[in-house]
Design a protein around this ligand. Structure first.
Ligand SMILES: [Zn+2]
Length: 553
């Protein structure tokens, strides 16, 4: 139902756009000797700083990441332009070319005031998981179309659009509304949602039944390379004596051993083994779905998610991140070799990026650059300051709160209570904003009214690009650089508008791509319109990116 409703709403615009572009493309391709790619592969590594490409390149294989670095197009200054650099918003940008201001994916989840609960970006309670147990997932919260949607429309549905990832939100946001299937790993099984299929296809059931994931039971994650190679990553590894009760925070990591218990699943999903299963599944999808076999271009998007969990736990300077990056490189070489045999690399275009970067561990940054002010930050202080200021101004709320929800970096105010007391929302936002700005560590705060005003004036700040009225709450704030929010004393995160979070790799290889190093400042939002140009189809309707023309043959 959802898909049909979406289609009726958008079909006309999309079909019209696609028809126009096909006409235009027909003209521009006269005399062009660049064949249209038969298969587009989009790879999104969850949490990947561009400096990994230089730091770890000596350890890359010949045709993994080096396929891009030595024979492809490398954009060294690619970034996200929005402020809330979490997984769901990042993946939503990659193939829509639009930001939350248009696609509505403001964060991984947001507060739904009408329902008085959190709404997950890929939630769909009208459906159910297929191959697993639980509520359904779908792109119904994504308010824009993707490259995959346009491909489906442009070829009358003949193209196949398949996405696979470690996280549901990654596979779903990359796929869009008309994708044939989005698959992800739920524990050790590949699953999908009733939005896409009534039951798992036979080949997916066979893949699950083969027990590939559980074959990692008892395996220990240790360094792939000789230990000396990791010296370049520093010696910030957790000393063994601090590895309390086998939490596995250092090499060799605890074996992923406990077949039934949580221990296995946690260790598995935050190990490179998770990516290995996904890569195997992606290659199987190429065979079973006959991707790249005819003139109608197919799209396969792959989201590697374990890199993010590992990065959160150990930080970008750890041996773990170096190791999972080198192992990801090996998987890419396997994938590219496989695609070369099956489809031929000359018929393929591959793009690789990340959904966000990551902040260094504050403790590492304090040693490296003491003046940078790196520290850990307790985010509950922000909501508490806003609550106290609102209570001081408008009185206590018996049995309730003025700040009804706080999901960093967004605060949601109690609109009903404000209405009941005759207080203007705009004024209450200002009270909360001033209190938030008074919290040490807060860099700036903007209200929904400020951001709506920016939009009216056409000022596209990063906060404004992350803002969608009704989802974004009432007060946005940004922490000072190198402050890592969280309640624990370990690990790191991302989600800010600072360059370590927004700056990501952007690598291209394949049909129609002019190899080279491009130092100009570009955006991840440029991927969607550039792919559209390579495929001679319309760009997704909400795309605000630019075509990377210098790179196109
Ligand atoms: Zn993350």
């Amino acid at each position: 139902m959802t898909r049909i409703r979406w289609l009726t709403r958008h079909l006309r615009t999309l079909l019209f756009g696609a028809a126009c572009m096909t006409l235009a493309a027909g003209v521009s391709r006269v005399g062009s000797r660049v064949p249209r790619p038969r298969l587009v592969i989009v790879i999104v590594v969850d949490q990947f700083s561009p400096d990994y490409l230089t730091r770890f390149q000596p350890y890359f294989s010949l045709r993994g990441l080096n396929l891009f670095l030595q024979r492809g197009a490398v954009f060294t200054a690619a970034k996200y332009e929005h402020a809330i650099t979490f997984t769901c918003p990042g993946h939503a940008v990659v193939l829509t070319g639009s930001y939350a201001d248009a696609n509505g994916i403001v964060s991984n989840s947001w507060y739904d005031a009408a329902k008085n609960r959190e709404e997950y970006c890929a939630a769909d309670s009208s459906g159910s998981l297929i191959g697993g147990v639980g509520e359904g997932r779908s792109p119904r919260n994504l308010l824009d179309s993707t490259v995959g949607d346009v491909i489906k429309l442009a070829t009358g549905g003949r193209s196949r659009v398949i996405t696979v990832a470690g996280k549901d939100r990654s596979a779903i946001m990359l796929g869009g509304h008309l994708g044939d299937a989005a698959y992800w790993l739920e524990d050790t099984l590949i699953v999908t949602s009733s939005y896409y299929e009534r039951e798992l296809p036979g080949w997916v059931r066979r893949f699950n039944a083969s027990g590939i994931a559980s074959s990692y039971l008892g395996k220990t994650w240790d360094r792939l390379l000789p230990v000396e190679a990791y010296a370049a990553a520093g010696d910030d590894d957790v000393p063994a004596e601090e590895d309390i009760a086998g939490t596995g925070r250092t090499f060799p990591h605890r074996p992923v051993r406990d077949a039934s218990g949580k221990g296995f699943l946690e260790a598995f999903s935050s190990s490179p083994f998770h990516n290995e299963v996904l890569a195997r599944f992606a290659m199987q999808a190429i065979v079973e779905e006959n991707l790249g076999r005819d003139e109608d271009p197919d799209l396969l998007a792959i989201g590697f998610s374990a890199n993010d969990l590992i990065g959160h736990e150990s930080g970008p300077d750890s041996h773990e991140v170096m190791d999972v990056t080198v192992r990801t490189d090996r998987l890419l070489q396997q994938l590219f070799d496989f695609v070369d045999v099956r489809v031929g690399l000359k018929n393929v275009v591959v793009v690789l990026t990340a959904d966000h970067g990551v902040a260094p561990l504050p403790e590492v940054m304090q040693k490296r650059q003491p003046a940078a002010g790196a520290a850990r930050f307790e985010p509950s202080r922000v909501a508490a300051a806003a609550e106290a200021a609102l209570a001081a101004r408008y009185g206590q709320l018996p049995g309730s709160r003025w700040v009804v929800h706080h999901d960093l970096p967004l605060l949601y105010l109690n609109v009903r209570a404000l209405e009941q007391r005759g207080v203007s929302l705009e004024q209450a936002e200002q009270v909360a904003k001033r209190a938030v700005e008074g919290v040490p560590g807060v860099y700036q705060s903007l209200t929904a009214t400020d951001l709506a005003e920016q939009r009216r004036r056409g000022t596209h700040s990063s906060a404004e690009l992350s803002f969608y009225p009704g989802r974004s709450g009432h007060v946005f704030y940004q922490l000072k650089p190198y402050l890592v929010p969280g309640t624990g004393s370990q690990g790191t995160t991302h989600g800010s508008a600072w360059s370590y979070d927004t700056h990501v790799p952007l690598l291209w290889f394949g049909a129609g791509v002019v190899p080279g190093t491009y130092a100009t400042s570009v955006a991840v939002a440029d991927i969607a319109p550039t792919l559209s140009a390579l495929l001679s189809i319309a760009k997704p309707s909400g795309s605000r990116g630019r075509v990377l023309r210098k790179m196109l043959r």
